[in-house]
Design a protein around this ligand. Sequence first.
Ligand code: FAD
Ligand code: NAI
Length: 473
Amino acid sequence: MANKQFDVIVIGAGPGGYIAAIRAAQLGMNVACIDEWKSAQGGPAPGGTCTNVGCIPSKALLQSSEHFEHANKHFAEHGITAKDVKIDVATMIGRKDAVVKQNNDGILYLFKKNKVTFFHGRGSFVKAVDGGYEIKAGDETLVGRQVVVATGSNARALPGVPFDEENVLSNDGALRIGAVPKKLGLIGSGVIGLEMGSVWRRLGAEVTVLEGLPTFLGAVDEQIAKEAKKAFDKQGLKIELGVKVGEIKSGKKGVSVAYTNAKGEAQALEVDKLIVSIGRVPNTTGLNAEAVGLKLDERGAIVVDDDCRTSLKGVWAVGDVVRGPMLAHKAEEEGVAVAERIAGQHGHVDFNLVPWVIYTSPEIAWVGRTEQQLKEQGVKYKAGTFPFLANGRARALGDTTGMVKFLADAATDEILGVHIVGPMASELIAEACVAMAFRASSEDIARICHAHPSLSESTKEAALAVDKRTLNF
Ligand code: FAD
Ligand code: NAI
């Protein structure tokens, strides 16, 4: 039987891949998307790390655990009595699984709606053929004129300490712990360390995070990171910086971690479970990249140019498997841009305007450059901050931690960075992204009417603060 022919074959249906497939189909191309992720029942589960063991399930657990903490610690302030508040972890995990499934099903529906042909199984290169590439999709063989690789990333393990997902957990196991551990350890106080640490601390675990670097959240604006650290310390999230992790032993009673602290003193941490969250590695396992000579770098990432073109004509790569931040929205933007480039359009991603959000409480969000980066780069800037403590809506919410911070060019007033730590930072940052995409000045934001009472008034006030004329502080 003749091989099935497609204009575009996308390998991987995470946010990079499934979005690329949909956009290519919207542009009139005949598209296949191959993904091997299996649900617990063995069926297809498109959506990749993000949907199955990343963004979506982590936010579901963050929500559940936040409700629990509110009921236990904050309802009383509102005059609400909630006695004997308990957490049924199985129900919480079941809800999280249901949220994941809704997203898996949503993507299958979108494939149908957009006439993307979905193949459940492993996708791998066979060989280059006249006018494209032969690609294996499970048991079938396809030919694609263009190929988009979106195979994502996997959790990085500590050398010699493989994940068993029972005691030593990656993000996968961390999202399906069956009961609240008495003591939980995390290696790495990055994004996963803080989000997962927050979930289980709120549910009652004693959480210790061991971080190798001497600074907390080094990529975050220092003032914002300091404010966040203060809040985490107050919550009882124990974060030890500047440690050197040594031997890790896992047994029936749990996990013991030997380490030296920042002073060089030998320490031991005994925990019931250990989450290792020390970054992720690009995934090209099973892709058979060598069959076609697809070039990888020393980290195993697929080498691409700014437009996501690989070393092979007609092969593109997007998302976590290439350079740049490992974020779902960055993967999506690249997926759209690649589909548009294949269609002969001018797809575009502004890598300087990719926002970051850490979904802790308080949330941390930023876009653009930090104050320390501007200093390093010798850029003359003005800074303005506004605390949520002075915002009426934040007071009404009972969540006044943190601030909004604006950094603007000293001469032109163009916004160079916006940094937020506080309630709903994940939503508030969108205004900054829009403003910066239009190259707005801080005065532009300061002159816009913001609804009252709203947290977004803090954004306007921080913009006013750049010119030292806040109205409510
Ligand atoms: P992936 O989502 O990893 O998808 C790759 C897909 O390709 C997978 O389904 C995989 O099975 C499939 N695949 C791989 N090889 C093959 C093959 N040979 N054949 C067929 N299929 C294959 N980012 C955010 O922006 N916001 C967040 O809140 C956020 N939270 C996160 C929380 C956690 C715990 C983790 C781990 C990550 C989080 N991320 C978050 C990061 C985000 O999940 C990734 O940046 C994003 O999923 C990358 O998308 P991708 O399409 O490149 O790859
Ligand atoms: P990370 O890169 O955010 O943090 C890893 C941390 O581990 C760093 O602080 C690093 O210094 C530390 N570390 C590395 N090796 C160590 C060692 N041997 N001992 C002690 N500390 C060590 O990586 P993380 O948290 O694993 O997350 C991976 C990626 O997933 C993130 O970078 C992000 O791209 C994505 N993600 C995004 C989220 C979001 O957008 N809200 C949520 C979760 C993950």
